[in-house]
Design a protein around this ligand. Structure first.
Ligand code: NAD
Length: 460
């Protein structure tokens, strides 16, 4: 029997959970039960679905402290952010509990005139196969499962192995508010993920671009609605007219908070004009961030998720030195037995350096210089990703020009690349995203299919 284990990144000898990996027959059974439960669920009144989701939200709210502590322990998220993630999870459940009452179609003029009735109507798709990453171990499973359920689907979640305990606890809390079998969590990695994708009537994936590509092609071959939200290489453009110290503090946290492990983390800072003063302020703001135990409320930067992640960040830092770039701060492991890396800021990189092109998922960020706004936009867009991008300026014309010119799904003006509002559509451009947007009001369209009904009425 294969097992899935997750260990605490700040204390790798702390085994958080060990559980049997789902077998092929576990997947079949979970999908069978979900399908049975889904038929009645889709036919239930919206008030019943709303009540269930509200109940689930209250159960998560009542477990706030316990869940936040589990998030800190299992994925090393700093405690203030972990508590924020629980609050956001509750808000997501409450928000979709209300969306069940939204219109599900539109009335149109009958083509033959008269009293004929022509309308569109949305229907649940069936089984939602949800493949999730470890970095938002509650919010991401929920921002997929809550709308899937709200609009009448069953949800089968395949969480990242590193976040197995969070997913299982979430299911324990919200499962009792739902019909038996409607929600399932299947522990495992790639093999279980493939089996879940193969069973879904609609597939929603969040994770790396490499895996997202595999999931998108597998789902496309089956012709089911698919969305993949993937990595980013998120730029922040800084104009010389800003309050340097204040902006540097925001950018430092966007790059290094939660050890740079948000899909929207700032990976490149492009300073227009002479970067000297801003770079100095950014180094100072970076060094002010507290690296250490994520359970300590003063900590901003915890560990990275595992040894491989730490090695990737340290290898990228080593390649900066080898390629003639400068390490402005960091570039070495942090103290203690956990997977800590000092926040690492670099500059003077050649244009083809890995850190200017690919996502290195950890606390490492590159500063570069542009001679003009046009040059900064070209540099910002010169990657295969397009998830989140920011510009800091006091000039409205420049802000709007960047809002129009940045190749990203999420654009922030005078705000960090990080931070996603659950009530707005979210997704990227290029290799950051495949398929429709998720969250907000975009979710209904994705988790339902659209039908056109024409009723001809004989003339009297
Ligand atoms: P990952 O791609 O390694 O894994 C994501 C999920 O896919 C996991 O559940 C994993 O077990 C599963 N999986 C792996 N191989 C599979 C296969 N062949 N078929 C089906 N499922 C498979 O990503 P991760 O390390 O868990 O998460 C970090 C990545 O997620 C980063 O690239 C980050 O940018 C991205 N991310 C994106 C967003 C977004 O909304 N765009 C949000 C959070 C994280």
């Amino acid at each position: 029997m294969s097992v899935v284990q997750s260990t605490s990144p700040q204390n790798p000898s702390d085994l958080v959970v060990t559980v049997a990996e789902a077998t092929g027959s576990d997947v079949d059974q979970a999908v069978h039960r979900a399908r049975q439960a889904q038929r009645a669920w889709a036919a239930a009144s919206p008030a019943e679905r709303a009540a269930a989701l509200h109940g689930a939200g209250e159960a998560v709210a009542a477990a706030t402290d316990e869940l936040a502590a589990l998030v800190v322990r299992e994925v090393g998220k700093p405690s203030a952010e972990a508590t924020g993630e629980v609050a956001r999870s509750v808000a997501i459940l409450r928000y979709y509990a209300q969306q069940v009452f939204d219109p599900i179609g539109a009335l149109h003029e009958p083509s033959g005139g008269g009293r004929g009735l022509t309308y569109t109507r949305r229907r649940a798709r069936g089984i939602a196969a949800l493949i999730t990453p470890w970095n938002f171990p509650l919010a991401i499973p929920l921002w997929k499962a809550a709308p899937a359920l709200a609009f009448g689907n069953a949800a089968v979640i395949k969480p990242a192995p590193q976040a197995t305990a969070c997913a299982l606890r979430l299911a324990e809390l919200i499962g009792p508010h739902l019909p038996d079998g409607l929600l399932a969590v299947l522990p495992g990695d790639a093999e279980v993920g493939q089996a879940v994708v193969a069973a879904g009537d609609v597939v929603s994936f969040t994770g790396s671009a490499a895996v997202g590509g595999v999931v998108a092609s597998a789902a496309a071959r089956r012709g089911v609605a698919t969305q993949c939200e993937m990595g980013g290489q998120n730029p922040t453009i800084v104009l010389p007219d800003v309050d340097v110290a204040a902006v540097a503090r925001q950018v430092a946290y966007a790059a290094f908070g939660y050890a740079g492990q948000k899909c929207t983390a700032t990976k490149r800072v492009i300073v227009v004009g002479d970067p000297g003063g801003f770079t100095e302020a950014l180094v100072a703001a970076t060094e002010e961030l507290r690296l250490g135990d994520p359970a300590d409320p003063a900590t901003g930067v915890g560990p990275v998720i595992d040894r491989a992640a730490r090695d990737r960040v340290l290898a990228a830092a080593a390649s900066v030195r080898a390629g003639g770039g400068r390490i402005l701060t960091g570039g070495h492991p942090g103290p203690g037995a956990g997977w800590f890396v000092a926040p690492t800021l670099v500059d003077n990189l050649p244009a083809d350096h890995l850190l200017l092109r690919e996502e290195v998922f950890g606390p490492i960020c590159a500063v570069s210089r542009a001679g003009s706004v046009a040059e900064a936009l070209d540099a910002a867009n010169d990657v295969r990703y397009g998830l989140s991008a920011a510009v800091f300026t006091n000039d409205l014309d420049t802000a709007l020009r960047c809002a129009d010119g940045l190749a990203a799904g999420q654009i922030k003006i005078n705000a960090p690349t990080t931070g996603v509002d659950f009530y707005l559509p979210f997704g990227g451009e290029r290799d950051s995203s495949f398929g429709q947007r998720e969250q907000g009001k975009a979710a209904q369209e994705f988790y339902t299919s659209l039908h056109t009904v024409t009723t001809a009425v004989a003339p009297t």
